[in-house]
Design a protein around this ligand. Sequence first.
Ligand code: HEM
Length: 505
Amino acid sequence: MAVFHVLLNWASQALVFLVFLLFVAFLGYCLYIKHIHMKYDHIPGPPRDSFFFGHSPTVLRIMNSGEVVHDTFLQWAKTYGPVYRTNILHYVFLSVSCPEATKQMLMSPKYSKHKFPYKRLFNLFGQRFLGNGLVTAQDHEQWYKQRRIMDPAFSSLYLRGLMGAFNDRAEKLMSKLTDIADSKAETHMLNLMNCVTLDVIAKVAFGVDLDLLNNSSPFPKAIATCLKGMVYQVRDRMFEFKPQNWSFINEVREACHLLRKTGAKWIHERKTAMENGEDVPKDILSQIIKSAGQEENMTKEDEEFMLDNFVTFFIAGQETTANLLAFCTMELGRHPHVLEKVRQEVDDVIGMKQDISYDDLGRLIYLSQVLKETLRMFSTAPGTSRELPEDMVIAGIHIPGGCTCLFNSYVTGRLEKFFKDPLTFDPDRFHPDAPKPYYCYYPFALGPRSCLGQNFAQMEAKVVMAKLLQRFDFTLVPGQSFDILDTGTLRPKSGVLCSVRHRNH
Ligand code: HEM
């Protein structure tokens, strides 16, 4: 009994001590947050919602209401200037639209990507997702090694060779549109564009024929589910703890698993073909296999790493391009004079011929302008971030090191000081003789960590748009919204409902 008493006494003392320790730690943390606030509060910014959660309640409220959070960031950039501050807990985020600082930070390998969002995408709710693949790798050496291996699959020589595949997949879309035009049905362009870009990436990157316009497949839904999961994973830390979200979280895990399982199968098939001495393309899949190390000493981690890049290309290489194509169709539908002009160019350059050549793409100058202007207003992958390790001066304000800088191409694309009448869709802003935007237009990011697929995406988009304009008339079905849906990437909310007719040449 006495022993029990001693133990109880000891336990209660330990508990009191633990509570005291927790209290001291909490107090210490509060003081630390206060210290951080004092260190950075000279930088202008909107008022904080709370001492602890900083601006995150506002951001989460906007996100959950279905509004575009980037419009709030745009408003804040207009109100608080070229560098403004937001806080979450002890973290400080500086949204930078100052071109000089953008140049300095994005163009240099010295500033690494901010760890938090990319670490969060290693797994999606416990299921490995982008891992250490090309988009999420933070360690410079690890990233650089992958990028060097991957580069040949994106060289202009290699891309030239992909024209056949781009033409071929776009032709399948044209057949589908022919059926739609014959039946006088209305169609959601975004769905069709998603199918064609997924067909392209599967064929060009992995050598697989999906033909999604004619076959059903679980991939489009799996990708959409993963993208939705990504947004919650990055923006809402409490999401997975709320029971009402658990069934969705399971769906996300399954979708993620499906992509990785498919990757494992396709990689295995390719390796077998290589071992059998078959002639395999030097495509993205071959480079992924190369980047993982030698066959003899392949570890489980090497296998996982290959799947990281498989999923990375499946995700990065498809949806952003589909959204660009859908937004472009939407804007052409809303601006008949631009549509007329770009159609005239397509007629002049490719006339009635079926296959578009690499050289034709170079002659479709106004179409390039239209696509650039679409990405200015609808930056489908709107931002990137960099860590600031040491002090710097941005727009005349002293910025202490140790914070994160955010660069948002949706915001800079819509700031009046960079683009006059920013809400007017005007492809002539990108006329070859017009002055080039100075570090305020970067839909593919800039510098060493810029989009590896930039040229790939532009070629693909041009082939699809040129064929569409060559063969079809389309009008937007009245009454639909032209709003943006913010799902991490940006897409047209309405899905771009069109009626499509054959063109009378
Ligand atoms: C319109 C279409 C596209 C847009 C707007 C876009 C935009 C971007 C942006 C903004 C980044 C930087 C992301 C960050 O900093 O976290 C990025 C990175 C990347 N993108 Fe794209 N992208 C597009 C199409 C593609 C395509 C078609 C591919 C592949 C076939 C691709 C592959 C990649 C890869 C691998 C990276 C990571 C590059 C690195 O860090 O080395 N993207 N993209």
